[in-house]
Design a protein around this ligand. Structure first.
Ligand code: HEM
Length: 172
């Protein structure tokens, strides 16, 4: 999730970069030195375990997707905070309603919390793999062989129907 492949003291926080699974490094990294150690342990020189501290069989299946989901979520969250602080300041100083670019940005931001939520959900789900219950039960052992694909699809369509009808009732 943080793109820390190797256990380090004074571990950096990666702001940008692309994980390379072959070399187990971040390509084109933009990092802030020691900040991951501080955020995790409140000590700049603390040792943070990287992926290499865990057996390969316990690594998440799709580390790159996990990394991107987490970084997109945090990036969006940081952007929301910056824009909302600017908008609050503009409202306080009385120029919010006259600033067309800021009003456009605020309007266009509407779908992005849903996108950030989806990235957050992906972070939680991909990040806990291969465990269903950490250290006790693997996801592969949690499948229900008696529930068929058709059952699952039928339930999904049922839920979509219930949500669709309730949206229609409450929104119209
Ligand atoms: C400001 C930067 C943000 C940080 C540092 C952050 C951090 C995190 C972390 C560490 C997790 C994983 C939690 C875990 O499973 O252990 C997480 C999950 C999640 N985040 Fe964020 N997040 C940020 C912004 C956002 C935003 C803006 C949204 C949505 C609008 C969001 C929605 C979620 C959701 C839905 C989950 C999954 C929760 C779950 O299923 O357990 N996050 N976030």
């Amino acid at each position: 999730m943080e793109g820390l492949f190797h256990t380090e003291r004074g571990a950096p926080l990666a702001i940008l970069g692309q994980p390379d699974m072959q070399t187990q490094t971040l390509d084109n990294p933009l990092i802030i030195p020691k900040v991951l150690s501080f955020l995790t342990y409140r000590r700049w020189e603390a040792k943070v375990k990287g992926l290499d501290a865990f057996p390969r069989a316990e690594w998440p299946d799709n580390i790159a997707l996990l990394y991107y989901a987490y970084h997109n979520m945090v990036g969006l969250g940081t952007f929301f905070i910056a824009i909302l602080l600017t908008a609050a300041l503009a409202l306080w100083r009385g120029w919010l309603y006259k600033s067309r670019p800021l009003l456009w940005i605020l309007m266009l931001l509407a779908p992005f919390p849903y996108i950030a939520t989806t990235f957050g959900w992906m972070t939680a789900e991909l990040g806990r793999q291969p465990w269903l219950i950490y250290g006790l039960m693997r996801t592969v052992h949690g499948a229900s062989p008696r529930v068929s694909e058709g059952n699952a699809l039928f339930t999904l369509i049922g839920f979509m129907g219930v949500y669709g009808v309730s949206q229609y009732c409450f929104c119209s």
